[in-house]
Design a protein around this ligand. Structure first.
Ligand code: UD1
Ligand code: CA
Length: 452
């Protein structure tokens, strides 16, 4: 089969410099959704017809399996398909999809292809308000005769509720003749792809219809209003899939997945969480409200409290994180690690059962097991020009408000007294303190307010 994706339109009503088909749903361009669905059908040829914002469209969607056909002027859907014709395998069927209709399922398209095996098939839906769409005109026996566009329809045709979604499959071998025969003597002065239906009927070719499971599958995007509506629909679909698979969602209407979310059993997710890229949650992971996780792996049994922000991080099992924890790229936490509020960790590896519970910055560090990082600890990893590493060995206790000026190493079992500014390595097993000894001034008088 060949697939042609029409993506030349400008999208005036988006009021945007971004070409319409590049606007995102779930963080992915509209047309990319269509391409991904098309790939699910394993076409021999996949052609994208582009026009408006051509460079941006090609740059964003480029892939080895995509062929391109330029439609410099948008003269209608029939004209658009004609631009792709030379690249289509003539023996196979051709399926036409729209680059701005992102949510059609593979299952629906498979049914359409099945229906169109011996001729032409149109994906149609019945709408309470069909205004604006092409109508499916049938004869007294119920056979499809032709499609009439809204602007060309008579009053009785306008009363037809069954509409053309635009998605159809047709025999490629007949396309050249049919597209060549199209005329633009209609209300819009366009070459309508829909006119091939009457041509097929005239040749005695069977014309069938198929319907999608849900009307949202065939909704297109012409405005930011419709973009937002389809985003919600898509997110709701994803949330329902999670629920069906056993994930506990506090509210399926308040979760956003912009990528791939893998999960084990008994995973629970509270409201307002955003998942980006590839996220994996192992068994019994619990995520509190309003967390953002991007490219993160979370080990079994780990609990993440509210308002955490994690990116490019690997978290071991049975961890306790947040609220308000931040893990930046390159963070790897072992099992049973605790990371508390206002702790930022970057490009650091932290061993099992270590804790940093309050107000700390840990960057470019290697921290062993059972280490306690006191409140307010900072690894000074940057001298203004270069980054250096801090190594903290197993069983170290870092007193509160310490600064570790890297490169520096704290030996196994060492203790740093609170307020230590460590500029040289701290030996294993000993107490290192850098602050001055505590002194007391007896009889000290506080300054008094001056008399005027
Ligand atoms: C088309 C159908 C109509 C159907 C409706 C469903 C025709 C003549 N009409 O109408 O029956 O009910 O879709 O939404 O086919 N495009 C191009 N190049 C062009 C024209 C369009 O690439 O020259 C692309 C657009 O970017 C869009 C799609 O084709 O993705 C449909 O075009 P649009 O102008 O929205 O078609 P409608 O007039 O809505
Ligand atoms: Ca349209």
């Amino acid at each position: 089969m060949n697939i042609v994706i029409l993506a030349a339109g400008q999208g005036k009503r988006m009021y945007s410099n971004l070409p319409k088909v590049l606007h995102p749903i779930a963080g992915k361009p509209l047309a990319q959704h269509v391409i991904d669905t098309a790939r699910g059908l394993a076409p021999e040829k996949l052609v994208v017809v582009y026009g408006h914002g051509g460079d941006a469209v090609r740059a964003s969607l480029a892939a080895p399996d995509i062929a391109w056909a330029e439609q410099a002027q948008q003269l209608g859907t029939g004209h658009a398909v004609a631009q792709a014709l030379a690249q289509l395998g003539p023996a196979a069927q051709t399926l036409v999809l729209y680059g701005d209709v992102p949510l059609t399922t593979t299952a629906t398209l498979k049914r359409l292809l099945q229906a169109g095996k011996d001729g032409l098939a149109i994906l149609t839906v019945d709408l309470a308000d069909p205004t604006g769409y092409g109508r499916i005109v049938r004869d007294a026996t119920g056979q499809v005769r032709r499609i009439v566009e809204q602007k060309d329809a008579t009053e009785s045709e306008k009363a037809i509720g069954e509409i053309n979604t635009g998605i159809m499959v047709m025999p490629t071998a007949r396309l050249a003749d049919w597209l060549g025969a199209l005329k633009s003597d209609n209300a819009q002065g366009e070459y309508y792809l829909t006119d091939i239906v009457a041509l097929a009927v005239a040749e005695g070719l069977p014309v069938h219809t198929a319907q999608p499971e849900g009307a949202w599958e065939v909704l297109g995007v012409n405005s930011k209003v419709q973009l937002a509506e389809l985003e919600r629909q898509h997110q709701r679909n994803l949330a329902d899939q999670l629920l069906v698979a056993g994930v506990r969602l506090a509210d399926p209407a308040r979760i956003d997945i912009r990528g791939e979310l893998k999960h084990g059993r008994d995973v629970a997710i509270d409201v307002g969480c955003v998942f980006e890229g590839r996220v994996e949650l192992a068994d019994a992971v619990e995520i509190g409200p309003y967390c953002v996780l991007k490219n993160v792996k979370v080990g079994a049994g780990t609990r993440i409290a509210a308002f955490c922000h994690f990116e490019d991080a690997v978290i071991g099992p049975d961890g306790v994180l947040g609220p308000y924890a931040r893990l930046r790229p390159g963070t790897e936490l072992g099992p049973e690690v605790h990371v508390g509020n206002f702790v930022e960790i970057k490009k650091s590896v932290i061993g099992a059962q270590s804790k940093a519970n309050h107000l700390a910055y840990i960057g470019d560090a290697e921290i062993g097991q059972r280490v306690n990082v006191g409140a307010g600890t900072i690894t000074c990893n940057y001298d203004g020009a270069n980054k250096f590493k801090t190594v903290i060995e197993d069983d170290v206790f870092i007193g509160s408000d310490s600064q570790l000026v890297a490169p520096v190493r704290v030996g196994r079992g060492a203790t740093l007294g609170a307020g230590t500014t460590l500029t040289r390595d701290a030996p294993a097993g000993a107490l290192t303190v850098s602050r001055p000894r505590q002194t007391t001034v007896n009889g000290w008088q506080r300054p008094q307010k001056l008399k005027k």
